[in-house]
Ligand binder design. Structure first.
Ligand code: FRU
Length: 479
């Protein structure tokens, strides 16, 4: 939603209780509130931040402007989880209340160090002429959720970058702390800077080099770079704004992408033998995915189900955005797989055979198979006239097509109503999670993923098999 700058950057303390209550109350009127996905308590949710493990629990923050469905003065909102399925807000926030983050506590990451959680983030600072000074800053959160900000700026804006310099990710590689930061150069090309903590002290960062990862610089900015180590391979996840479509086919306003590499040369700031660039998600919205190497040896990822610069039907209720399910990353046959954490299975109620249903609660999982040499068509969020989200799985042609042109309230139509991906011309398995106004489709155990939203009317909760041999199970989910 487009709101004037004065409203979006109004100080938090200037909002009255009455105004805040109205915003909170308006959200409760939405017919699209989700059941098992994390949504903002109020206002807009965007990037996942500080996804980590600390104090015996998984930690996740989200970027938030609490006063409506717009990108304003951002804070981090803290949640915790034991199972990576249920996330609970703790009431802790990282607010833009310091000279070094006066115009927003922008995205960043977290890592446990000596019994405290270190938060590494971007302080968005603007002067009276609205000139931005992007600062990489830090804070410590203790076990009681008390947050103390570091007064020192940890990384200043280097000479070779514009005001677009943000989203530090701290990671530990072979016992040494490193950080990568998204940047734009003066030729308006996106790139990534690599830093190293001197003597492993996260208050002192030394520039190592501009990370070589086989990028061409066709994007104008790289947001939220994220390096994880999956089954022995460095995997770079990133959000390249303005990426040339000759480099990668995508339809969303900005893509969320990845490369699988073979090794990380820390001295040369180089990811070796980087694969081509791939879409992380083939759906309508998934952005700023953040992943981390957890102490249990697994790699967990979570995405913002939303995109920058898009209006959503929920805006009328003063909120926007949701988090995806947590996906475990793995590499099989050289390909990246993303699959919901196993605890998601605990939400399943009794299995029923997939069959037409004129109504559901729009809170279910389908686990279905389409045989080879078949073309199946499934309609979800469907009304009696079969208007809904149409998923066509064509194992003869080797393609999946998701069409939301007749599904619920239309939005973002300038970016097209269909999304597709290629699959092997073979039997294909799908796990489809539906949650009121969200769908997440995992193809062949997470080889390809489609994430997106649908804003159905009340009579749009049916499931129909329009054609084909598709079969499998329907699980209502416990919420
Ligand atoms: C990505 C992003 C980040 C930034 C944050 C601000 O969606 O633009 O680059 O830190 O959102 O909310």
């Amino acid at each position: 939603m487009n709101l004037p700058t004065e409203i979006r950057y109004r100080r938090y303390e200037d909002w009255t209780e009455d105004e805040k209550n109205k915003i909170a109350e308006n959200k409760t009127k939405s017919p699209w509130l989700t059941s098992y996905h994390l949504e903002p308590k109020t206002g807009l949710l965007n990037d996942p931040n500080g996804f980590s493990y600390f104090n015996g629990k998984f930690q996740l923050f989200y970027q938030n402007w609490p006063f409506g469905a717009a990108h304003g003065l951002k804070q981090w909102v803290h949640t915790e989880s034991s199972d990576l399925v249920h996330f609970k807000e703790t009431g802790v926030t990282l607010e833009p209340d310091h000279v070094n983050d006066s115009h927003g506590a922008y995205s960043g990451s977290a890592y446990e160090i000596d019994g405290k959680l270190f938060l590494f983030y971007t302080g968005n600072v603007r002067d009276d002429n609205w000139i931005r000074d992007p600062l990489q800053v830090g804070a410590w959160m203790d076990q009681d959720g008390h947050i103390e900000k570091c007064d020192k700026v940890l990384i200043q804006q280097p000479d070779d970058v514009t005001e677009h310099f943000r989203d530090p990710q701290i990671f530990n590689y072979q016992g040494q702390f490193y950080a990568i930061v998204g940047a734009q150069n003066h030729d308006k090309q996106g790139f990534i800077k690599l830093y190293k903590a001197t003597n492993n002290d996260v208050h002192n960062w030394k520039f190592v080099g501009n990370l070589e990862f086989g990028g061409t610089g066709s994007e104008y900015m790289i947001e939220c770079p994220n390096l994880v180590f999956v089954d022995g391979h460095p995997v770079l996840l990133y959000s390249p704004q303005g990426l040339d479509k000759s480099e990668l086919n995508y339809d969303n306003i900005y893509p969320n992408t990845y490369k699988i590499c073979q090794a990380f040369d820390t001295h040369a700031a180089k990811l070796l033998e980087a694969s081509p660039i791939y879409n992380l998600d083939y759906g309508f919205e998934a952005y700023a995915t953040q992943a981390f190497n957890a102490p249990d040896g697994k790699v967990y990822a979570i995405s913002w189900i939303g995109l920058p610069d898009i209006d959503y039907p929920t805006d009328q209720y003063d909120y926007q955005g949701a988090m995806s399910l947590v996906k475990e990353l793995s590499i099989r046959d050289g390909k990246l797989y993303q699959y919901p954490v196993s605890a998601m299975k605990d939400l399943r109620l009794e299995a029923k055979a997939l069959s037409n249903r004129s109504s559901s609660q729009n809170t279910y999982e389908l686990e279905v198979t389409v045989p080879a040499d078949d073309k199946s068509q499934l309609i979800l969020f469907s009304d009696e006239q079969l208007n809904g989200l149409t998923i066509t799985i064509d194992t003869t042609q080797g393609q999946i097509l998701v069409d939301r042109s007749s599904a619920g309230q239309q939005y973002a139509v300038d970016f097209g109503n269909t999304r597709q991906c290629d699959i092997d011309k073979a039997e294909t398995k799908l796990n489809i999670f539906v949650d009121k106004s969200i769908f997440e489709i995992f193809v062949n155990d997470g080889e390809k993923v489609f994430t997106g939203r649908v804003f159905p009317s009340q009579d749009q909760s049916g499931i129909y098999i329009k054609e084909g041999q598709i079969s499998g199970s329907y699980f209502e989910l416990r919420v």
